[in-house]
Design a protein around this ligand. Structure first.
Ligand SMILES: [Cu+2]
Length: 455
């Protein structure tokens, strides 16, 4: 005990926070487990230590540890990775242990943990444990609390987990570049008493964003706000796995935001309560029902609800965040008669298509040619046709007959008789319309949408 205290108090600044592990000591490093798949890897129950119910990281995985002298030891390797954003597009990102985001670290309140961080990037890095209460020297701020982790070096972070909650980790060295490249992960501290805060299903993901030029694979790292790929755990719809539950399950979804803007996350169907914030767990008496919760930059939120059968969309409500890269920079064409322009262009480019003069839904139906390694702006197919979504969108799929521990996509929902919207055909009547306003000399004249002869 006194040794520990001396270590923290007595060591010099460079040593206090994060010590360089010598090459001699490298042989005793815990194994750095690596993943390359972007599929959701179900976390195994804890192999030792206090019991807890693991979290399912959406399109991600949890990092195994080893226990040495009662301390849980993890090994993160910061390195370039290739991440499939969705089928049809791969990105050159930076991450940890083969993936971006890096693996979720899960441990229990009161655990002492040791995290070895090896830097295989072409530049220096560090890790900040976002939201965790750690000794100042373990906080990972390059220059302020530690020197940078040099290329090829390994640093050691060690601390005791003070309180349960949803946290994150990310670099605090060349932050703008390293986070634009995908360096981040979740850090879950489970309560010491496993019955406390118990749910049937616990999901988590990080909101992140990239600016990748259509046809290229490496993010532009100097983009400030105008990102073109909005993702859950570096995946864009339809590459995001569904969140599967059984009717009546108590479901928790933990969401962290490491983009450069806020995201109002909206879930259809069952109302939820925000049960966890950056500051910890919200007492029951202080919760209120919601269908949308805004998650600001750097925040974490846990929401909980009782699952109702159905296919329920969950998405960011900024509608350009449910679009993929090709949607950005497309001019508004609603109400614009393009037929003359189309005729002229078609004489030069025979395959030219006129798009969007009646809205853009048609684009979701078209198999329009796009550059290699790019996602169509609105995509995904459901049982009733194109979904016309991209980016930050997934589906909470709740069924009566899902077994505990089963997270496989159950396919489309079978709607009970009398509960499905459809065309009304019993009688035909003149469609009810608001009369068009009468134009006078002060009214701006706008050409009305016309037929779609360009197709
Ligand atoms: Cu958003």
């Amino acid at each position: 005990m006194s040794n520990r205290r001396d270590f923290f108090r007595g060591a010099g600044a460079a040593f206090l926070g994060a010590a360089v592990v010598s090459r001699v000591g490298a042989a005793s490093l815990p194994e750095a487990v690596v993943q390359s798949s972007a599929a959701t890897q179900l976390p195994p129950p804890p192999s030792n230590g206090r019991p807890y119910q693991p979290m399912v990281t959406l399109n991600g995985w949890s990092l195994p540890w080893r226990t040495k002298d009662g301390v849980k030891e993890f090994h993160l390797v910061a390195e370039p990775v290739v991440r499939e954003i969705a089928p049809g597009m791969k990105a050159n990102l930076w991450g940890y242990n083969g993936t971006s985001p890096g693996p979720t670290i899960e441990a229990v309140e009161g655990d002492r943990i040791r995290i070895f961080v090896t830097n295989q990037l072409p530049e220096v890095t560090s890790i900040h444990w976002h939201g965790l209460l750690v000794p100042s020297g373990m906080d990972g701020v390059t220059g302020l609390t530690q020197p940078p982790i040099g290329v090829g070096k390994t640093f050691l972070y060690e601390f005791v987990l003070q309180r349960p909650g949803t946290f994150m980790y990310h670099p605090h060295a060349d932050e703008m570049v390293q986070m634009a490249m995908g360096m981040m992960g979740m850090f879950i501290v489970h309560p010491k008493e496993p019955r406390q805060l118990k749910v049937d299903r616990d999901f988590g993901f990080i909101l992140n964003a990239y600016d990748i030029e259509p046809g290229s694979a490496t993010p532009k790292v100097n983009t400030m706000l105008d990102f073109n790929l909005w993702t859950f755990n570096s995946r864009a719809f339809p590459g995001i796995d569904p969140l599967v539950a059984r009717t009546g399950d108590r479901v928790r979804i933990r969401i962290g935001n490491l983009t450069m803007t806020n995201h109002p996350i909206h879930m259809h169907g069952p109302h939820f309560a925000v049960t966890g914030t950056d500051g910890g767990w919200v007492p029951k008496s202080a919760r209120w029902p919601e269908v949308t919760t805004d998650i600001a930059v750097g925040q974490m939120r846990a929401i909980e609800f009782d699952a109702l059968a159905g296919d329920w969309a969950i998405h960011c409500h900024k509608s350009h965040h449910t679009m993929n890269a090709m949607g950005h920079g497309v001019p508004t064409m609603i109400g614009v008669d393009q037929s003359d322009l189309a005729r002229k262009i078609t004489s030069l480019v025979p395959d030219y298509m006129v798009m969007g003069d009646r809205g853009m839904h048609d684009m979701a139906e078209m198999e329009m040619p796009i550059p290699d390694n790019t996602l169509p702006m609105m995509t995904g197919t459901g049982p009733f046709g194109p979904i016309g979504m991209g980016g930050m969108f997934s589906v909470v799929k709740v069924r009566d007959d899902i077994r505990p521990g089963d997270y496989k996509d159950p396919g489309p929902y079978k709607h009970p008789a009398g509960t499905l919207a459809g065309e009304y055909t019993a009688e035909t009547a003149e469609a009810v319309r608001t009369p068009a306003p009468q134009a006078d000399s002060n009214t701006l004249q706008v050409r009305k949408p016309r037929g779609h002869e360009g197709h």
